[in-house]
Design a protein around this ligand. Sequence first.
Ligand code: ADP
Ligand code: MG
Length: 238
Amino acid sequence: MADVSLRGVKKQFGALSVIKGVDLDVKDGEFCVFVGPSGCGKSTLLRMIAGLEEITSGSLAIGGQDMTSIGPSERGVAMVFQSYALYPHMTVEENIGFGLKMTGHSKALIAERTAVAAKMLQLEPLLQRKPGQLSGGQRQRVAIGRAIVRNPEVFLFDEPLSNLDAALRVQMRTELSKLHQDLKATMIYVTHDQVEAMTMADKIVVLSAGQIEQVGSPLELYHRPNNLFVAGFIGSPK
Ligand code: ADP
Ligand code: MG
């Protein structure tokens, strides 16, 4: 089980209070979307779940286990960033397997998992190319492939589609939803795009200035917003 649970989570950067007390339960296998305006703390919250940022106070558990003293690589999470940060001199195949190679996995295991991920992401014909020979959408698939081969229980996505053009974003939304069905993993997905949130989420968390405004299904938020902020945010398409 890989449910994610936050209790009274706060984050300070010096005097700046960025996350102001977040209580949240993401269920095992759920597709949960964090949405809110730029600067409201979405990435900070995600990075705390990933273990890339320390929690100032409060607690975080994944699969019922307290994460206070568990490092990023031991949490069973994998993060996909907005900037894909692929290694330009390596092939697609090498990029996908690199993390596993660094953690000392066997060549056979790396080859097997890379093949599975490549099939899932339709990257099979591109495995010997370098990132410079790929389109934006293909590069983003490679970045997702790197996460898949680690077999995480929890996927963390930080605005993974925001560098793609509109048509490709629509296509990738469908592909990510399919991936979620196939893998049955818990996914936490950050976006500032209301349409992405409405179309992909089981559960939406609306954030504003470091606090949760409302949590609910897309339909709940659409029909019964708690306040004008949520109504304005979910109600106004881009
Ligand atoms: P979002 O992802 O919703 O756009 P962020 O989580 O990136 O928001 O940032 C929330 C706030 O925290 C912003 O005001 C940002 O400037 C601040 N912030 C983020 N990271 C740091 C940091 N390492 N040091 C100081 N301030 C930070
Ligand atoms: Mg961000």
